[in-house]
Design a protein around this ligand. Structure first.
Ligand code: AMP
Ligand code: GLY
Length: 425
């Protein structure tokens, strides 16, 4: 098969790494890719959200199967357009990707399907939104309805904070049209986990649970980021809890989407908070997580392509995945200034190894400079991943490997996989 992976981050580098090992993959392409994917696949210089150009290129280059990484092209209808052109695609249709593209829509689906989640109201005007937040004493979470690159969520502690968040999103439109509506949620508490499943429209194949570290600093302090590291499995989600999430969250969501005539196919990501009242959904994503995918794929043994194809073709009934019993940890190295304005163009030493066995470095915000050296080009620069006998061992191996990767201003957390919330230092 000729397989195209869409995207250019660490998640896509990990997908390309895994897919390129498949006996089914005659040729792998990545659009736009990065210097890491270029070593395993042929990069195609088309942006991940340039739907017209991607469809044209895939048709002209006789691509058999497309795996879509990021949400933007899904929301723009890339999967629909590829399907209409007769190309198999792993990724949600535009209608199904609304689960991620509109938080109000996701809440409405959850309400209809009886899925445990925070109580909420959806508003397009400041007055009623503020009244709702006041009634909750300001302890609410304010979310821009649309896609805001992971920055549209504000966890508030009092009415003044809630008012500031509502004004900036609804009135000042700091996220543009994505903030024409807001969801105001009950503020919950508890550890978080990422549960991701392959979905074929009807059935789900749940991947091992992961945990992401969204804050920039150790100890989960500082501003939110796209994710500073992740590990898999997470001890906060045991087999019974995972089965509970499958039964009470994933399957009812998939059923509800099918009932509406917009079946979900692709990767369904449930961000879960483990509250005193059981697991509750924080958000849905219509794609694999980044950086969760990097440690998760480190643990998938054998060929992942048949599973992705089965989901794309609508029949996961005969699909299983073998999972490595070891633990995987992925630590993100970010550029100076991240998650604010970052400096770019710093030379990176050691990104291409050599690395010890069971260590992988997945590139993201990198590009090849004119002299052939790899330089930084974005916020999250790369994810250093390792497998280990247990989580502590995997973390130790990942941090050992990080010691060999250097660039000016590199920021990374020192506590990824070293202690989960509630586990002490
Ligand atoms: P989201 O993008 O919706 O997952 O939100 C980003 C982060 O905000 C989550 O990972 C949580 O840490 C936090 N968050 C979102 N919704 C809630 C909520 N209802 N209660 C408490 N924290 C929340
Ligand atoms: N790591 C969080 C996300 O992919 O949305």
């Amino acid at each position: 098969m000729r397989i195209l992976v869409v995207g250019g981050g660490g998640r896509e580098h990990a997908l390309v790494w895994k897919i390129a090992q498949s006996p089914l993959a005659e040729k792998v392409f990545c659009a736009p890719g990065n210097p890491g994917t270029a070593r395993l696949a042929e990069n195609v210089a088309i942006a991940a959200d340039d739907v017209d150009a991607l469809v044209r290129w895939a048709v002209e280059n006789r691509v058999d199967f497309v795996v879509v990484g990021p949400e933007a092209p899904l929301v723009l209808g890339l999967a629909d357009r590829l399907s209409a052109s007769g190309i198999a695609v792993f990724g949600a249709s535009a209608a199904a990707a609304r689960l991620e593209g509109s938080k109000a829509f996701a809440k409405e689906v959850m309400a209809a399907a009886g899925i445990p989640t925070a109580a909420y109201g959806a508003f397009d005007a400041l007055g009623p939104a503020l009244a709702h937040a006041r009634a909750a004493g300001g302890r609410v979470v304010v979310k821009a309805d649309g896609l805001a690159a992971g920055k549209g969520v504000v966890v508030c502690g009092d009415v003044a904070e809630a008012e500031a968040a509502l004004r900036s999103i609804l009135v000042d439109r700091i996220h543009g049209a994505a903030g024409a509506r807001v969801v105001v949620e009950e503020r919950m508490a508890g550890p978080e986990a990422s549960v991701i499943a392959l979905v074929d429209g009807e059935r789900v194949l749940v991947l091992p649970p992961a945990q992401d570290h969204k804050r920039i600093f150790d100890g989960d302090r500082g501003p939110n980021t796209g994710g500073m590291g992740a590990f898999c499995p997470t001890p906060t989600v045991d087999a019974a809890l995972l089965a509970d999430v499958e039964r009470s969250v994933l399957l009812p969501t998939v059923r509800e989407m099918a009932r509406r005539g917009t079946p979900f196919r692709g990767a369904l990501y449930a961000g879960i908070m483990l509250t005193g009242d059981g697991p509750r959904v924080l958000e849905f994503n219509a794609r694999f997580g980044d950086p969760e995918t990097q440690p998760i794929l480190m643990r998938v043994q054998g060929d992942v392509v048949p599973a992705l194809l089965a989901a794309a073709r609508g029949d996961l009934s005969a699909t299983t995945l073998r999972i490595d019993p070891r633990a995987a940890v992925g630590v993100v190295m970010a550029a100076e200034g991240y998650p604010g304005r970052v400096t770019v163009g710093d030379a990176i030493e050691g990104a291409e190894g050599p690395f010890p066995p069971d260590v992988q470095v997945f590139q993201a915000g990198t590009r090849r400079g004119p002299d052939g050296r790899i330089v930084t080009s974005g916020g999250r620069v790369l994810t250093v991943c390792a497998l280990g006998a247990d989580r502590a061992d995997a973390a130790a191996r990942a941090y050992q490997a990080i010691g060999r990767v250097q660039f000016r201003g590199a920021q990374f957390r020192r506590d990824i996989g070293r202690a989960g919330p509630g586990e002490g230092a």
